[in-house]
Design a binder for this molecule. Structure first.
Ligand SMILES: NC(=O)c1ccc[n+]([C@@H]2O[C@H](COP(=O)([O-])OP(=O)(O)OC[C@H]3O[C@@H](n4cnc5c(N)ncnc54)[C@H](O)[C@@H]3O)[C@@H](O)[C@H]2O)c1
Length: 346
């Protein structure tokens, strides 16, 4: 039987303000946890909301900052009102101040539709967001993790992509605001580590999918699932032979937390992704098979600089984090289909 929650004062929070955290009371014994004050930028986005949820459930004191450019309050609605969760409307191109122990820097639209809508804002978000958060980490002596991307490898000439590969990126194309923004953010992270001894960590995230992706953000998994659920044709850009690897969001969150917990002198970069590789055509066929209906596959011209193949080499993540993805594509697709089915009905 569930007992009522116990409220325990956190010694960390007493530094700044009084704050209590409800903990589940097992067998009438109080559970003491090592609670940290954690800032998540972009916390109302797809990945950020899952990270906030996990950290809040672990009892940490979480501040989510977001300008709601591509995320929404709805993603963290279930956390609002919890005593160890705060949400702040803030744009990371401006400085932000709070006493924190850890910072996860996720603020940046990840879908091409959003990041190409205002490319200058995208570059500013990557650069100034990293700059201001590194400044905050330096002042507060917090650990800081940058959510970089496989896009730093561009259209790769090496397959699969290890962290040692420097990439093949077009610096002046339509995707450059995102790719180059993320590259310069990595540069800042390593310079703050070398010059100011900031405890910086960089992960490179490969395609990730799961509940709370935005319906209209045009990323391939959500696109296919939403199109099939609406009975529309599934759009493939190009001939469908280009490949991607798809990581379920819970695997990524586990990898992010393990990365944050590595020793202070371990910076990465570390690839986090699922090495299973599928063509767009295979993915579309899987989705149609699972959802059924009358959807067909239609082909449209490939956008510029679209990578032909993408697959992470996760040797470093396995060795340094003891991490590898657990959720196979078939299982993850079932979760996201259930989420969007419910979402579209609502
Ligand atoms: N989802 C993926 O497959 C993937 C792959 C590689 C890297 N990433 C990285 O992971 C992070 C999260 O991606 P996501 O998929 O959750 O995207 P998302 O668009 O759902 O989330 C990004 C969040 O950042 C917020 N944001 C954007 N600009 C901001 C600004 N200037 N100030 C404050 N908040 C701002 C958005 O409103 C949104 O809530 C991003 O940094 C992205 O580059 C994601």
């Amino acid at each position: 039987m569930r007992s009522s929650p116990t409220y325990i004062f956190s010694p960390f929070s007493l530094v700044n303000r009084f704050f209590v955290v409800p903990l589940q009371n097992k067998n009438n014994k109080a559970t003491f946890i090592s609670m940290k004050r954690i800032l998540v930028t972009g916390g109302a986005g797809f990945i950020g909301s899952h990270l906030c949820e996990r950290l809040v459930n672990e009892g940490h004191d979480v501040i989510c900052i977001d300008n709601f450019y591509s995320g929404s309050k709805e993603n963290v609605w279930h956390l609002i009102g919890k005593p160890n969760f705060e949400i702040v409307r803030h744009d990371v191109i401006n400085p932000y101040w709070a006493e924190v122990d850890e910072i996860y820097n996720l603020a940046c639209p990840a879908s091409p539709i959003y990041y190409q809508n205002d490319p200058i804002q995208t570059t500013k978000t990557s650069f100034f967001g990293a700059y201001h958060m590194l400044g905050l980490a330096r002042r507060t002596k917090a650990k800081i993790l940058q959510s970089s991307t496989s896009e730093v490898y561009g259209d790769p000439n090496i397959h699969p992509q290890p962290e040692s590969y420097w990439g093949n990126v077009n610096p002046i194309g339509l995707r450059s605001c995102y790719d180059e923004g993320k590259r310069v953010a990595e540069t800042l992270f390593f310079d703050y580590y070398r010059l100011h001894k900031v405890r910086a960590k960089v992960i490179r995230i490969f395609n990730t999918y799961g509940p709370r992706m935005a319906v209209s953000d045009g990323r391939v998994v959500s696109n296919f699932v939403v199109q099939a659920l609406r009975g529309e044709d599934l759009t493939i850009y190009g001939d469908g032979q280009q490949t991607r690897s798809f990581q379920y969001v819970s695997d990524l969150i586990e990898g992010m937390i393990r990365m944050m917990d590595t020793p202070d002198d371990f910076t990465g970069p570390v690839n986090l992704g699922n090495p299973g590789e599928f063509t767009m055509l295979e993915l579309a066929e899987k989705v149609i098979k699972k959802i059924g209906g009358k959807s067909k596959i239609v082909f449209r011209p490939l956008p510029s600089d679209d990578p032909k193949m993408r697959r992470p080499d996760i040797t470093v993540a396995k060795r340094e984090l003891g991490w590898e993805p657990k959720v196979p594509l078939d299982e993850g697709l079932d979760h996201i289909i259930a989420y969007f089915r419910d979402y579209l009905q609502r």
